[in-house]
Design a protein around this ligand. Structure first.
Ligand SMILES: [Zn+2]
Length: 201
């Protein structure tokens, strides 16, 4: 159970918090993560929908992927780090994310067979080309040309930016030639905008 405060009426209530999702054992839970349903709860007092973010492990054994949604507490993250130690997690990609939206984005990136480091770098390049300080979010990889669509909010609407697969491939090439970037992303770590900016600034 997880205590949630409604951001509409301010009352608190308990919700079932699923601590982990194993995509092989519970494919239906994976769908609930992707749709966002996992994180949405109806307030029993005012009936409005409330977004709940609680610590959650997303484990894709076939993809050797572990994504942890953190609540930011040191205790939670120490437990996360301890849980992925050991040879069972050889060859795994481990990421910490801070919001349900970031978790959903990571699932989409890895499901598309992409490297999230290269995607973050492609976002950096795209942000510079746009000359806008916006947080770009991976939306999908689509079409015969493998075009990548990124989104960002502007004036209350979602804007779409399409980038060629070559941008992604160029970024993947840079990572290949600079092992220090890949090495910094081993273990369980956050790979987002600030991670990439620490290398490219
Ligand atoms: Zn409420």
């Amino acid at each position: 159970m997880y205590q949630l405060t409604c951001n509409h009426c301010g009352k608190t209530f308990q919700v079932d918090a699923v601590p982990s999702v194993n995509t092989e054992r519970n494919p239906e839970l994976k769908e609930k993560v992707l749709s966002g349903e996992m994180f949405l709860h109806d307030c029993p007092y005012c009936g409005r929908r409330v977004l709940a973010s609680f610590p959650l492990l997303y484990h894709d054994p076939a993809g050797k992927l572990m994504l942890w949604l953190s609540d930011g507490s040191a205790d939670t993250e120490a437990r996360m780090q301890a849980a992925v130690c050991g040879e069972d997690f050889e060859g795994y990609t481990g990421r910490i994310v801070d919001t349900p939206g970031q978790l959903i984005e990571k699932v989409k990136i890895f499901d598309a067979g992409l490297d999230d480091l290269a995607v973050e770098m492609a976002k950096f390049v795209t942000r510079q080309e746009l000359s806008k300080d916006v947080d770009l979010i991976f939306f999908n990889l689509d079409g015969a040309d493998n075009e990548i669509t990124l989104t960002y909010p502007e004036k209350g609407e979602m804007q779409l930016v399409r980038i060629g697969f070559n941008v992604y491939e160029d970024c993947a090439g840079i990572i290949l030639r600079n092992p220090s970037i890949k090495n910094a992303a081993t273990g369980l770590c956050r790979v987002g905008r600030s991670f990439v900016e620490s290398f490219l600034r």
